[in-house]
Design a protein around this ligand. Structure first.
Ligand code: NAD
Length: 296
């Protein structure tokens, strides 16, 4: 039986630590969440984020717009939040309805309040290996690997998926930890030949059943990022055939209870980092200095 990477338990302990750390700050960290429209999945994610903030003693503000809100109005709200000293992190729940220019909206968030780490400035710093912020999912996976003492250095790491929020930054994080990184995606010719090379396999395609036992190297670490909702049962499944792959690998994440809770916890960590930065409590280095310049 492999080691099951218990993201739920680890995330709970991280939240407790964040709550303790937040209680020591001169003021409560503040997070603003902007939701546009009534997509049920987005509504659920936003509700959870607000709940997590409350649990950790953060101040949070939910701004919910109908889908008819104009882009200018949204930009105006973000501009006010950029100037609001009680707000350390601003999050726009994605995806936005198709009529919005998502890139323009994300770029209007101050990089010093970019709690999701999606702003191009923070992405650029991440590429340079020089960021205090990381997108929540890769950051959470990094913490999961740390907690189970899984060393990346020198390992062959295969990442399936190249999205801006999961796949791309995940590969960068593994590269920063000295892994040899192979990106696979929907144009990859022979996926199984690639996945069989992996000492660490990260799967984020959103294709249930994509990874079968014959695609996994003996003793590999398998991280299943995907959250596919079964249309019949309504339950979440990953991309990895857990029941067969568990007999081959050394470590595996369950779905649910693996990467999902870690992603949620990392939003709080990013917010805490930004709050410390704004309160002048973050160890001062080149990157935080540059972020503070954006803030003032
Ligand atoms: P996305 O749709 O933006 O990207 C999917 C990627 O998978 C693309 O790069 C595509 O090229 C690749 N892909 C699709 N089919 C493939 C195939 N057959 N073979 C190889 N590559 C293939 O999705 P995303 O936002 O990156 O999310 C991916 C999955 O992770 C989804 O299931 C999503 O729900 C889940 N997710 C989970 C968390 C979490 O916290 N657990 C966070 C974000 C996303």
């Amino acid at each position: 039986m492999p080691t099951i990477l218990d993201g739920k338990a680890l995330a709970a302990s991280i939240r407790r630590r964040i709550q303790e750390e937040a209680a020591k700050l001169p003021r409560r960290p503040g997070v603003a969440v902007i939701l546009v429209g009534d997509d049920p999945a987005s509504q659920l994610y936003v509700t959870n984020k607000i709940k997590d903030c409350g649990e950790c003693g953060f101040f949070s503000r939910l701004i919910h717009y109908p889908v008819s809100v104009s882009e200018e109005e949204l930009l105006g709200a973000i501009s006010k939040l950029n100037d609001d000293a009680a707000i350390d992190g601003i999050l726009v729940q994605l995806p936005l309805p198709a009529s919005f220019n998502e890139r323009r909206i994300i770029e209007s968030i101050s990089p010093a309040k970019d709690v999701d780490a999606f702003h191009p400035l923070n992405v650029g710093r991440m590429v340079q290996g020089d960021s205090v912020l990381w997108p929540c999912t890769p950051r959470g996976i990094g913490r999961l690997l740390d907690a189970y003492h899984i060393c990346v250095d020198g390992k062959t790491c295969v990442v399936i998926g190249r999205s801006e929020i999961v796949g791309k930054p995940m590969g960068l994080l593994l590269l920063q930890r000295h892994g040899t990184v192979i990106y696979c995606h929907s144009h990859t010719q022979d996926l199984a030949a690639m996945t069989r090379l992996a000492d660490i396999l990260i799967v984020a395609a959103g294709r249930p059943g994509l990874i079968t036992a014959d695609m996994v190297k003996d003793g590999a670490v398998v991280i299943d990022v995907a959250m596919n909702r079964d249309p019949v049962t309504g339950k979440f499944t990953g991309d990895v055939c857990f029941d067969e792959v568990k007999d081959i690998c050394s470590h595996i994440t369950p779905v649910p209870g693996g990467v999902g809770p870690m992603t949620r916890a990392m939003l709080l960590e990013n917010a805490l980092t930004l709050a410390r930065l704004h309160m002048g409590l973050l160890a001062f280095d080149k990157t935080s200095a540059a972020l503070l310049e954006e803030y003032h």
